[in-house]
Write a protein that binds this ligand. Structure first.
Ligand SMILES: Nc1ncnc2c1ncn2[C@@H]1O[C@H](COP(=O)(O)OP(=O)(O)O)[C@@H](O)[C@H]1O
Ligand SMILES: CC(=O)OP(=O)(O)O
Ligand SMILES: [Mg+2]
Length: 359
């Protein structure tokens, strides 16, 4: 099956042609503005069976969905819950729907629908929680699903056996606790703003601080959203774009990187507490893959969890174990391949339609 995958991240647009599960061509548009459809116009692979689009937010949807106008409208309602991502996916999906192949939406949130209630719920009044659906959703699910498949394949294990943490470090950063192939907790929440410090996002801040800024009229609600999503994180602390290449090349940015590292370690510690055992820690995403020193720094502060790495293995390339032979947890660096997960999920959705099962 010929699948075109569309992955609109917050800092890039990644397009791939995946044929029968193997990626044969890709086009990455770094620092995509999220507005122009020019990259999509430029990459038009012929004879597609399906187009798979990554949607960060799918609400309570547990499975991919073949897009039509009604589902597009439903997904549009999540724009305020993922303002960096959802408009980009909607734009890309609408563009893809001009073509003749069916367009399937695959959701970051779907993987986390297995989270237990205790991990999903905020400590807010029950009626507000229920009336407005104020709960934790979690993101980067497609990346976690691929990473889990890849590590179990590498160590010849069954996915159900492994208790793992998936540390996704792209422009967005999240840490997910995985047990029996399912998400049991994750650092992102109602929106992809919660948890670790990110490229341009603040991560968690004391909610009292936000109330203070609003009450004291230091900032309006609209400005606050802009500050938290676009002007904070590595970008805000360092006065750069937030792309780690820029941060590391700029002067006086050590403290910004120290905060970033500290907060990732803290979230790893928190997520470990949601597991009964720690077999594997997986580092994935553009930052983890390209910045080994940073992965080294993060892991060096985590001896308390039994995490150790070997410098020579850390310095190597490709998907690999970087912890000593026989050590537990095993620590991995895995190239993020959301496109392979997207293609697999879209193929599955198309096969269901062919069998006459509602997607
Ligand atoms: N070739 C590279 N060398 C160094 N860092 C890179 C490279 N490519 C990507 N990165 C880092 O990865 C980050 C983007 O990660 P990525 O997973 O592609 O983001 P997203 O999918 O969220 O848009 C950037 O901060 C960038 O610094
Ligand atoms: C959910 C999220 O933050 O995604 P990305 O890292 O691709 O921006
Ligand atoms: Mg990404």
């Amino acid at each position: 099956m010929r699948v075109m995958t569309v992955n609109p991240g917050s800092s890039s647009l990644k397009l791939s042609l995946v044929v029968d599960g193997t990626e044969v061509e890709r086009a990455v548009f770094d620092r995509w503005d999220g507005v122009t459809s020019e990259p999509l116009r430029r990459k038009q692979w012929p004879d597609l069976d399906v187009v798979a689009v990554r949607f960060v937010h799918g609400g309570d949807r547990r499975a991919p969905a073949v897009l039509d106008e009604a589902i597009l409208a439903e997904l549009g309602e999540f724009v305020p819950l993922a303002p960096l991502h959802q408009p980009r996916s909607l734009m890309a999906a609408k563009y893809a729907m001009f073509g003749s192949a069916p367009v399937v939406a695959c959701f970051d949130t779907a993987f986390h629908t297995s989270m237990p209630e205790a991990a999903r719920m905020y400590g807010l009044p029950k009626d507000l929680t229920e009336r407005y659906g104020l709960r934790r959703y979690g993101f980067h699910g497609l990346s976690c699903q691929y990473a889990m498949r890849r590590i179990t394949e590498m160590v010849h294990d069954k996915p159900g056996n492994t208790r793992a943490l998936c540390v996704h470090m792209g422009a967005g950063v999240s840490i997910t606790a995985i047990k029996g192939g399912r998400s049991v907790d994750t650092s992102m929440g109602f929106t992809p703003l919660e948890g670790a410090v990110m490229a341009t996002r603040s991560g968690s801040v004391d909610p009292g601080l936000l109330v203070y800024m609003l009450e004291q009229k230091i900032i309006s609600a609209e400005e606050l959203s802009d500050v938290l999503y676009f002007q904070s994180g590595l970008a805000g602390m360092s006065g750069t774009s937030g792309d780690l290449r820029d941060v590391l090349a700029a002067p006086d940015t050590k403290l910004a990187v120290d905060v970033y590292v500290h907060r990732i370690r803290r979230e790893i510690g928190a997520m470990a507490a949601s597991l009964d055992r720690l077999d594997a820690v997986v580092f994935t995403g553009g930052v983890a893959v390209h910045n080994r020193n940073l992965v080294g720094d993060i892991t060096r502060g985590l001896e308390v969890l039994g995490i150790t790495v070997v410098n020579e293995l850390l310095a190597a390339h490709g998907d690999r174990v970087i912890s000593p032979l026989g050590a537990l947890p095993r620590v991995f660096v895995i190239t993020d391949r959301e496109e392979l997960e997207l293609a697999e999920q879209a193929e599955f959705a198309v096969a269901r339609i062919k069998k006459g099962v509602a997607a």
